[in-house]
Write a protein that binds this ligand. Sequence first.
Ligand code: CU
Length: 164
Amino acid sequence: MDNYLSRFLSSALLFIALLSSPLALASGSGHHHHQKTASAVGQPAEQTQATKTIHVTMTDNMKFYFQEALNIAPGYTVLFIVKNDGKIPHEFSIGNQHEHKEHQKMMRKMPNMRHEDGNTITVDPGKTKEIVWQFNGEKEVIFACNIPGHYEAGMHHRMTLIGK
Ligand SMILES: [Cu+2]
């Protein structure tokens, strides 16, 4: 009887452990995770992998100026050298429309948050920063600044990858 009871208890504990582990995973993943790098349009890469460099200037009239043509094919790794010519901070973020919408929701909840992760850099006035990106996802890519109000004021640029 003792043996039966202990077997019952240990299987009950195992059952509880199995039940709670997916819950633990689910609550952990949503928690203030600003290191998000997975994107539908590609992934961050190392500078040594870059085969193309594109200079970008950002201004307070809510525009991105790309100094080189955006002739980017699937699989290309690009070094973006991004300068903020304005007087307020701006972001340079790479994603699709859905990812930018989610990013904007988060920014509105935490207005003082600065985004520095695999697909976003925040550049202070007068400064220059770099981001390296490999394009290997969806053909349509959007570059955006998701600081509250900026995207809505026109600070986004749509690009379609070249080729098939
Ligand atoms: Cu901006």
